[in-house]
Design a protein around this ligand. Structure first.
Ligand SMILES: NC(=O)c1ccc[n+]([C@@H]2O[C@H](COP(=O)([O-])OP(=O)(O)OC[C@H]3O[C@@H](n4cnc5c(N)ncnc54)[C@H](O)[C@@H]3O)[C@@H](O)[C@H]2O)c1
Ligand SMILES: [Zn+2]
Length: 341
């Protein structure tokens, strides 16, 4: 699929200058091939390499992209290509949204998270020392080219963490996808192309459909946050060091499923099947022994607090969720049980 990048880009752009934004590790693996493909269809590509890791998703690194663009005299018609995971994708998209008030860009995602989530939907941006993704823009790419074969070189823990987001799509909207995953755990972990492609395609389709219906998250798009309210709190309280994002989301989905059961919305079967699937995929499901007071503090500084209540995405059954405001007392009660069990 990546071999089609040049041709596909030509369909959306007649530019000459193209800047590929990536990390050194990804550049070593795929950079030469991508450059050759782009040259093959008449682009004139240059490469900018940024350091990897969430802590480098900052304005100062976007500045490095601007510096390169200005130095190479890029114009309104020029093009950016994000070759990497969500970190590269979010920064490249933001640079594209803002350079000369907006130039076109292409997403060529190389992680599970980026292929089924970050590269689709147009959310771009960087972190601020006070919080994640606080600066950004919604700005759609001209093309998203998804090649699951690129995942073969992804570190195993990164790959597995990304699978949590596929489970999420199954629980919120697609029971068939959930059942398919249950039946094909071994093939998914072995990255068998047809099985992995099905999971990735369905996930990307769901993300695109939800974003297509609600780009600015005024309603439906909220359901994509399933597992993320508790997940983000766990990531924050543990300083983003202990868990990969997907791992925290897996634990967050279990917490949300239990909350749903407690509130009489969900049920035991949902909890058990979700837990079993996550565990078989190698994902954590047990809530860590953290201080519930600290978790509450983080939950209540989140942007989803409305009038003292927090919006939670709560599953009813596999393939169907609702969004509900939950009172502080209920959240505290559930958290106490989760943190101490
Ligand atoms: N814009 C959105 O809608 C959206 C959605 C979800 C996540 N995100 C953002 O995405 C980021 C997380 O993205 P991520 O999980 O892709 O992490 P990441 O971009 O940090 O990539 C993870 C690691 O894998 C390496 N890597 C990437 N592809 C590889 C490959 N094919 N082979 C070998 N190594 C490879 C990278 O160099 C990096 O070290 C976060 O900043 C998050 O906020 C954005
Ligand atoms: Zn996520």
């Amino acid at each position: 699929m990546i071999h089609l990048l040049g041709e596909e880009m030509r369909k959306v752009s007649s530019a000459e200058k193209v800047m590929i934004v990536t990390h050194p590790r990804i550049n070593r693996l795929y950079g030469n091939d991508v450059v050759a493909r782009l040259k093959g269809v008449g682009f004139s590509p240059t490469v900018v390499q940024l350091p990897e890791g969430e802590r480098h998703k900052t304005l100062s690194h976007v500045q490095r992209i601007y510096d390169g663009l200005i130095q190479k005299r890029f114009e309104r018609s020029s093009l950016l290509v994000a070759l990497g995971g969500g970190v590269v994708g979010d920064m490249t998209g933001f640079a594209a949204a803002t350079f000369l008030r907006g130039i076109s860009y292409v997403q060529c995602p190389t992680t599970v998270v980026a292929q089924i989530d970050a590269a689709i939907g147009g959310k771009t941006g960087v972190d601020h020392p006070k919080g994640k993704n606080l600066i950004g823009a919604i700005y759609q790419p001209s093309l998203v080219l998804i090649d699951p074969l690129l995942l073969a070189t992804l570190p195993k823990r990164e790959f597995i963490a990304g699978l949590a987001e596929i489970v999420k799509y199954g629980v919120i909207l697609d029971k068939k996808l959930f059942y398919f995953m249950e039946k094909n755990v071994d093939a998914i972990l072995a990255q068998e192309p047809s099985v992995l492609t099905y999971c990735m395609r369905r996930s990307a389709e769901i993300k695109a459909a939800v974003v297509g219906a609600d780009e600015r998250e005024s309603g439906l798009r909220k359901i994509l946050n399933y597992g993320h309210t508790f997940g983000h709190a766990i990531e924050t309280v543990t300083g983003y060091r202990q868990y990969k994002h997907g791992e925290a989301v897996a634990i967050g989905m279990m917490a949300a499923a239990r909350m749903s059961d407690r509130l009489g919305i969900g049920n035991r079967e949902l909890i058990d099947r979700q837990e079993r699937l996550l565990e078989r995929l190698g994902l954590p499901t047990r809530f860590p022994r953290l201080n519930p007071v600290e978790i509450m503090k983080v939950l209540y500084t989140d942007k989803k607090v409305v009038g003292g209540k927090i919006h939670f995405v709560l599953p009813e059954k596999i393939g169907s969720v609702g969004v509900q405001k939950v009172e502080r007392d209920s959240i505290e009660g559930i958290l106490r049980d989760l943190c101490l069990s």
